[in-house]
Design a protein around this ligand. Structure first.
Ligand SMILES: Cc1cc2nc3c(=O)[nH]c(=O)nc-3n(C[C@H](O)[C@H](O)[C@H](O)COP(=O)(O)OP(=O)(O)OC[C@H]3O[C@@H](n4cnc5c(N)ncnc54)[C@H](O)[C@@H]3O)c2cc1C
Length: 218
């Protein structure tokens, strides 16, 4: 799986801080420095004035994500997506994500691969028989990889990271969230300084379902 930034708002933190400043001034502050912006953004986030975070957006290409994980990702409704179509593309050499828990069990791993191969062979067979990709794909497992482009604004990323970096989130989407956070921290360190599940800065809302190991910032 690979997560790559393909575009983003230039100067995301200045853009957001200037927008926030405009709420309290008669004119747009073109000359605001990054030092001033830093203090303002920290105040905005602390006060919950989060709508201004919507002025910066980031677009990622995610390659090699399983359909099992991409289905979870696209549940985030305030983001935008473009995903490889299984209707229009014939996957001649499909690749598959195999969970670590299966990989580390040799017998299970072999069996898993056999089943995947069978599904894949039947998919190719159906296409040869003239069955359309949109129907042949019904035999493909959720492990099949896909490519997806994700665009969202900083507010939505904070939300996605809050849910998907939690230890209770599924391992593959957690890996994706971790890779996204690493890039976002480089681009907008002030905004994403405290990004993460609620336990990183406060109390776990999961109650007795919590993992008992607070997430640590990285
Ligand atoms: C650990 C975990 C387990 C999960 N298990 C399941 C499961 O078993 N079954 C299942 O179906 N899903 C499951 N989900 C998915 C979950 O229910 C959400 O669909 C997903 O996390 C997207 O979150 P969201 O709706 O808060 O975010 P987004 O869609 O990203 O929306 C962001 C925020 O915008 C607001 N918002 C967006 N749309 C609306 C709206 N229509 N009305 C009002 N407010 C809105 C809400 O405040 C929302 O939090 C799970 C998620 C996690 C993290």
């Amino acid at each position: 799986m690979k997560v790559k930034l393909i575009s983003s708002t230039p100067n995301p933190e200045l853009t957001i801080a200037r927008a926030a400043r405009l709420c309290y001034r008669r004119s747009y502050d073109e000359d605001m420095t990054l030092e001033k912006a830093q203090k303002l953004i920290q105040e905005i986030v602390a006060r919950g004035h989060e709508s201004v975070l919507e002025h910066a957006s980031f677009t990622f290409l995610i390659e090699g994500i399983s359909r099992a994980a991409s289905h979870q990702l696209v549940r985030h409704r305030l983001a935008s997506y473009s995903q490889q179509s299984q209707r229009y593309i014939h996957f001649k050499n499909p690749e598959f994500v195999i969970p670590p828990s299966i990989k580390e069990n040799e017998t299970l791993f072999d069996h898993f691969q056999e089943q995947i191969q069978k599904s894949s062979d039947m998919y190719q067979e159906m296409i040869k028989m003239g069955i359309a990709e949109e129907d042949a794909r019904y035999i493909l497992p959720q492990a099949i990889t896909s490519q997806i482009i994700l665009t969202a604004n900083a507010r939505e990323y904070l939300h996605i990271l809050k849910l998907r970096l939690c230890s209770r989130a599924q391992w593959e989407i957690r890996m994706i969230a971790t890779a996204i956070l690493k890039i976002l921290k480089e681009l907008a360190p002030i905004i994403f300084e405290n990004a993460g599940p609620p336990c990183a800065t406060g109390i776990c809302p999961e109650g007795d379902k919590g993992c008992g190991h607070p997430w640590s910032k990285r």
